[in-house]
Design a protein around this ligand. Sequence first.
Ligand code: C2O
Ligand code: CU
Length: 480
Amino acid sequence: MLNRRNLLKAAAGAGAVGLFPWGRVMASPSGNVAVLGDAATSAPFAHAMPMPPVLRPSSSTAAADTYHLRMAESSLEVVRGLRSTVRTYGGSLPGPTIHAVRGRTAVVHQTNGLAVDTAVHLHGGHVRSQDDGLPMDTIAPGATRTYTYPNQQRAALLWYHDHAHHLEAENVHMGLHGQYRITDEHELSLPLPKGRYDVPLVIRDARVEADGTFVYTRPSDCPHLLVNGKERPYFKVAARKYRLRVLSACVNRYLSLRFADGAEFTQIGGDGGLLDAPVTRTSMTVMGGERVDIVVDFSRYPVGSAVVLENTLAGSGERTEVLRFDIDRTAEDRSSVPGRLSVLPPVPRADVEREFVLRTYPQMTINDQLYDPARVDVRTTLGSSEIWTVKNVEPPVARPDFHVWHSFHTHLVNFRVLDRNGRGPGPDDAGLKDTVTLAPGDTVRLAMTWSGYTGSYLYHCHQLGHSSGGQMGRIDIVAP
Ligand code: C2O
Ligand code: CU
């Protein structure tokens, strides 16, 4: 309906073109101009799902492992039969997975072999400010920066991705993302599926043109869904339990995932590692940045059958299929999901309360301000426990309208969701979180303790097109 408010919104949207350059002709922040042609078409399930490579340390001592990665353009097959130029860490999409162990330091030397600035952020990492990959701490083309990750935190699936100011959305979309797994003795002691039965599913959207060109554009023009870097693949599984670590690396959209037959699965973890107890679910909504750790029992299916994971929030003209599991053999299964998975730290009791208002119109802001790296938005003291009330004040619209959805992500620490719209946290909000989804009209209350390190950190919307445009704030933590 075109009422005055919508007209104002349309006008504001047109004015925002400089920062949010989407249209038939779009100029990217790095100066590339892409003219959208026809998207590549291909039948689903044309590729086997690959496993992202695991990064081997170049050297190790008793207490630390040292890694080297180089960012570069690589030509990869994303859609069957086409070559696409993407930006990679170490030549693969997703980048190689770093396997870290709690208590052992990882030192990662990142060399920028690209023509654009980059900054490497470890999402979910409890690290010093100078190792956080802040937007202005960039690596110029040709330069190298060393990041030190102490891994003094519980087992969890983290991920590393670009965070260079104004460039992170395009850089991550073009391929600069990889996984970072931390394991610990407690996790290893549990009888959960392990080894080849513990499988990453890195899911993200993309647009590949009919000639193979990979472009960054708005999510409604991104009809391809990649799992571990291949469009809508198939994965051969044994009729037994698998642990599937779902990471949404979507830059500007969310997904709602379910098995096409409505099958139940067991959620065992989220952003910040294992939940206290497993939860049985049939669907999950995941925003870019969120992780959902699930166990699926394929022994319910006969050998020779298949089940499809689908996205019920596919846009018009977009396929719903994400990944097909082909049950092709039997296998022994001694794994199980214990009723008690982990002990979560106590929910912080707040000393300080703060409020954050997220808007899309007239600009994508937090508390009506665009990010300014020189302005401190929140100053707090080390050890401060806080309740943050975060609101998406855009009015509700028919789903899916990705542009008025927001999310909220904190660097350095995990938080607990106390409530959502006055009700207790739902399963999408369970456990330790670092990224929450905010539908239009939603209010969430988060509790966290700013522990570990002093210095500058960030909070922002994890729709990276929004954070690139300035929907981000600076928090400085000072010694008490
Ligand atoms: Cu995953 Cu500040 O980001
Ligand atoms: Cu946002």
